[in-house]
Write a protein that binds this ligand. Structure first.
Ligand SMILES: [Zn+2]
Length: 199
């Protein structure tokens, strides 16, 4: 039926200065970043307030495996979400366990039940979930950093350092990642921290 294609919507359900994006096309929903460890209760409350049923969030991914972006991954899995992981990220998941302190209330991420998707196959997977776009490997902040770029231009970039802000990072690696995002058609940056901005 013409004119009834579900529209893309993007909502932020993040806390404590870290963004957590619910990307929706109709009732197809994907979580881009997964929230702080120990904060699943806050995340659930926020979803409820925004009228987003948690059970509709069937899939999610972390832009990288730091506690504020992937800390609640297992809590979400335990509530029915499938975790999408790229091969670049696999060796980094266990690092979370090593840096988490007892007070963080981190739930360890199990490794046997995730959806491991090579970057080259991400477009087909996302299409099957109702989204037109692909993952891009964007190291710079961390080696396991990936971004999601939708065909409509929105790029979920996690903590990829802005070129002007490069400190300890390798500037050439950061620059290359931004180039890759532009080549993938990114026009709007939905970062892990701070407001949406044009690319
Ligand atoms: Zn980070």
């Amino acid at each position: 039926m013409p004119g009834t294609a579900p529209k893309l919507s993007i909502m932020n359900v993040g806390h404590h200065s870290t963004n957590t994006w619910v990307v929706s096309v109709g009732r197809s929903r994907l979580l881009a970043d997964l929230g702080w460890w120990g904060h699943i209760g806050l995340l659930e409350a926020d979803l409820k307030r925004k009228d987003i049923p948690l059970k509709e969030i069937t899939h999610g991914f972390a832009t990288h495996y730091h506690g504020d972006h992937a800390g609640a991954a297992q809590d979400l899995k335990n509530r029915g979400m499938k975790l999408i992981v790229t091969p670049e990220q696999l060796p980094h998941i266990e690092g979370l366990k090593r840096v988490a302190k007892p007070a963080d209330h981190y739930t360890e991420i199990s490794l046997h039940d995730n959806l491991v998707v090579p970057i080259a196959e991400s477009r087909a997977l996302l299409k099957s979930l109702g989204f037109d776009g692909a993952f891009v490997h964007t190291p710079g902040h961390s080696d396991d950093s990936i971004s999601l770029v939708l065909d409509s231009g929105e790029a979920f970039t996690g903590d990829l350092t802005m070129p002007m802000m490069v400190g300890n990072e390798d500037a050439a690696v950061v620059e290359r990642s931004w180039d890759l995002l532009r080549e993938a058609g990114a026009t709007q940056v939905y970062p892990g921290h701070g407001p949406v901005r044009p690319l």
